[in-house]
Design a protein around this ligand. Structure first.
Ligand SMILES: Cc1cc2nc3c(=O)[nH]c(=O)nc-3n(C[C@H](O)[C@H](O)[C@H](O)COP(=O)(O)OP(=O)(O)OC[C@H]3O[C@@H](n4cnc5c(N)ncnc54)[C@H](O)[C@@H]3O)c2cc1C
Length: 471
């Protein structure tokens, strides 16, 4: 406490909040699984103020937890419950720095909310291809620190792939600044990569230059009932070929996830006449004003029918129909919460193995917990499936989840591992997946991560206890 007082006494008073009523909104993770505590919340307005905070924390060896929108799923943005760390929110650092439409790039403060950044790009008739269900509250610094995925990865890559330049306050308070939005820059190591996906353990991202893309002139959105999960890869590959790789999103929704969301709201309707156990929401887009994309997609779906790959399909006829289809996909996490919350398994395997993974993991759950409700959905064009499990309505939710996590989740992770996959496709490690990293991490990786962590942050003040397992 004395050390925290010393840190705070050297900071401008208007960036420090000690009111616990305000602070309580920053000390619990999004899923309300972990409740931390802190004596003070720090909300700097400039990079210089971030430097001042980090220098003071380093001088007095006080841990610092960077926070963006606090929407991440691995409790990475939540302080420990000892009250010995400070929370640094980027929420006041939201200023656009530069938009260069001819260079297809934008440079902003790292606290900008993702949807506001998308609007900024749209104002220049361009688009930021990073699109997530949490975009109304997550912040670009958090997106980069988690190397977020989202629904456009199949076309534009993960958050990391969109970064041209970065500005980071390092754990001793010094600045790494390489914000110029160059497409090519081989002047030395590409050190910015270190901070992308580091979950705030190596420094505080304060500014970023990002790639933008041409805004699509045509978008075709289709909701498709597929006959059998084994046809998934074939549909994906054929869609790539037939649309000339114009796929923007290729999202899977299981029949049980669709039922879950339809039950939450009586105004929602099933988009198709025929139901199935497996659906796809696919979107293709082009910036070309001349190509007839809708005809291409209609002809492709007709061929899928002829080849017995799908049993029903609809193409959104208007922007509002498109929004209705996306609502079904984007609100599955919320439907899970309304049904008692879910156990999340954020799995990725190679796309060619995804149908086999879904079939085998489903068989494990049917065998070991027949009454569990499966909510399986995700960005299958990237090989990423959220293999989530909702407790049955009659069960004691906490007891069910604890037993499942202890006895059945390891079998799902083992399966993914044996299929060459990962236990953390897009949500990161935070505090909750440290044991999984120990168990399934790549050979030599934890040792290498420790070398980097200790080199950059020898006092171990940056987001202590997250991502890098303790010795
Ligand atoms: C409904 C819903 C849908 C979602 N969909 C997706 C999805 O499709 N794909 C996906 O990948 N994720 C998804 N997420 C998870 C989450 O939104 C992402 O992980 C997002 O990128 C987190 O951003 P944030 O600003 O909320 O970060 P936070 O939760 O605030 O922080 C995340 C981590 O980054 C660190 N951090 C934050 N800001 C900085 C900074 N400026 N410098 C250094 N470290 C920092 C924190 O310490 C923490 O470790 C979803 C979440 C919800 C609730």
């Amino acid at each position: 406490m004395v050390r925290i007082d010393r840190v705070l006494s050297g900071l401008p008073s208007d960036i420090v909040t000690t009111d616990q009523d305000i602070i309580s909104g920053y000390t619990t993770d999004f899923r309300r699984q972990y409740h931390g505590s802190t004596f003070a919340l720090l909300r700097p307005r400039t990079t210089e103020e971030v430097q001042q905070i980090v220098r003071a924390c380093a001088a007095h060896r006080v841990g610092l937890v960077p926070q963006g929108g606090n929407t991440s799923y691995c409790t990475g943005a939540t302080p420990s419950n000892n009250g010995d760390e400070l929370v640094l929110s980027l929420e006041r650092m939201t200023t656009p720095r530069e938009i260069d439409a001819a260079n297809l790039s934008v440079t902003v403060d790292a606290g900008m909310i993702l949807s506001e950044l998308q609007e900024l790009a749209a104002s220049a008739d361009l688009m930021l291809p990073l699109v997530l269900g949490s975009q109304q509250s997550c912040r670009i610094g958090g997106n980069l620190s988690t190397n977020a995925g989202g629904v456009n990865v199949v076309r534009y890559g993960v958050a990391r792939d969109l970064v041209l330049g970065l500005e980071v306050v390092l754990p001793d308070g010094s600045l790494y600044s390489e914000l110029s939005p160059l497409r090519k820059n081989n002047a030395g190591y590409d050190v910015k990569q270190l901070f992308l996906g580091a979950e705030g353990t190596l420094g505080v991202i304060t500014g970023v230059s990002l790639k933008l893309a041409r805004k699509p002139r045509q978008i075709v959105t289709a909701f498709v009932a597929i006959r059998d999960i084994s046809g998934l890869t074939s549909i994906f590959n054929q869609t790539q070929v037939e649309t000339g790789e114009a796929i923007l999103s290729f999202e899977y929704i299981s029949g049980s996830s669709l039922q879950l969301i339809l039950r939450t709201n009586s105004n929602l309707r099933h988009p198709l006449e025929n139901s199935s156990e497996h659906y796809l929401l696919l979107e293709v887009a082009t910036a070309s004003p001349t190509l007839n994309l809708e005809d291409t997609v209609s002809a492709m779906l007709a061929r899928f029918f002829e080849n017995n790959l799908i049993i029903d399909a609809t193409i959104a006829a208007s922007e509002s129909q498109r929004a209705e289809l996306w609502y079904l996909r984007e609100n599955i996490p919320e439907a899970e919460v309304l049904n008692g919350g879910s156990l999340k398994h954020d799995i990725a395997v190679r796309v060619s193995r995804l149908p086999a993974f879904i079939e085998s993991a489903t068989a494990i759950v049917k065998r070991e917990a027949d009454d569990a409700i499966l909510s399986v959905y995700g960005h299958v064009g990237d090989g990423n499936v959220h293999f989530n499990v909702v407790p049955p309505p009659s069960s004691k939710k906490t007891g069910f989840k604890e037993r499942f996590e202890r006895e059945i989740s390891p079998k799902i992770y083992d399966l993914a591992f044996k299929m060459g996959g990962t236990f953390s496709a897009e949500y990161g490690i935070g505090r909750v997946k440290l044991d999984l990293l120990r168990q399934y991490g790549a050979t030599g990786k934890i040792e290498l991560m420790r070398v980097l962590k200790e080199a950059l942050d020898p006092l171990l003040i940056m987001n202590p206890g997250k991502v890098v397992p303790r010795r």
